[in-house]
Design a protein around this ligand. Structure first.
Ligand code: UP5
Ligand code: MG
Length: 196
């Protein structure tokens, strides 16, 4: 398939670490296409006639990881249509993979990532950001109850993926505690080191 010649960078970090915010900067300056797994799942949830809508809704509210077949299919479709539409083969895959099975399946069946950009942020900071965003975001999971569950899933299920990539020397870490501009400076420095 055409995706396997793509350049893929996974973007990971806890809920509210700033993945989406930094991806927007990277898209502007480096010409990547941004694919947020969470955004794709929310779109699918709202799509009329989707057989997965109710299931996705429950998983997101509970902070659980949607079965990988659904998410991988959405990502593959988005990659293929981007390549077909404008030939762009550089992708930031945001918020994925966040479970071991997804990581293995995607890298085996779709494409091996170049590295994972990891936004490191303390829980308290992420919590404040999410509660603040929750005042206006309308996201079903930006509330105390769901945030707790998202944090638990992040620690128990998603961090092992980051640790696996780290053992392979394929993680680039950025300190995500500072202002968005300062965090982005760190991203730029790391990209330079990686030859991006
Ligand atoms: N903000 C950002 N950076 C800041 C900074 N440096 N200083 C101060 N404020 C900052 O930012 C969050 C908020 O903080 C915003 O208000 C922003 O302005 C501010 P954002 O950039 O949106 O952070 P991000 O890390 O993208 O947070 P998000 O809430 O999107 O992270 P999640 O990982 O929780 O959400 P996602 O959409 O990826 O996933 C949602 C759910 O989908 C998951 O919980 C799961 O149920 C499901 N899912 C799957 O099942 N499978 C998948 O593969 C992916 C998702
Ligand atoms: Mg996001």
């Amino acid at each position: 398939t055409s995706e396997n010649q793509a350049l893929v960078i996974f973007v990971l970090g806890g809920p509210g670490a700033g993945k989406g915010t930094q991806c927007a900067n990277i898209v502007r300056d480096y010409g990547f296409k941004h694919l947020s797994a969470g955004d794709l799942l929310r779109e699918e949830q709202d799509r009329k006639g989707s057989e997965f809508g109710d299931m996705i809704k429950d998983y997101i509210k509970e902070g659980q990881i949607v079965p990988m077949e659904v998410t991988i299919q959405l990502l593959e479709n988005a990659m293929t249509s981007t390549i077909d539409k404008n030939g762009n083969r550089k992708f930031l895959i945001d918020g994925f993979p966040r479970k071991m099975d997804q990581a293995v399946a995607f890298e085996e069946k779709v494409v091996r990532s170049k590295f994972t950009l990891f936004f490191d942020c303390p829980e308290e900071t992420m919590r404040e950001r999410l509660l603040d965003r929750g005042k206006t975001s309308g996201r079903a999971d930006d509330n105390e109850e769901s945030i707790k569950k998202r944090f638990r899933t992040f620690v128990e299920t998603s961090m092992p993926v980051v640790e696996m990539f780290e053992k392979e020397g394929r993680v680039v870490k950025c300190d995500a505690r500072k202002s968005p501009e300062e965090v982005y400076q760190g991203v730029r420095q790391e990209f330079e080191k990686e030859g991006i």
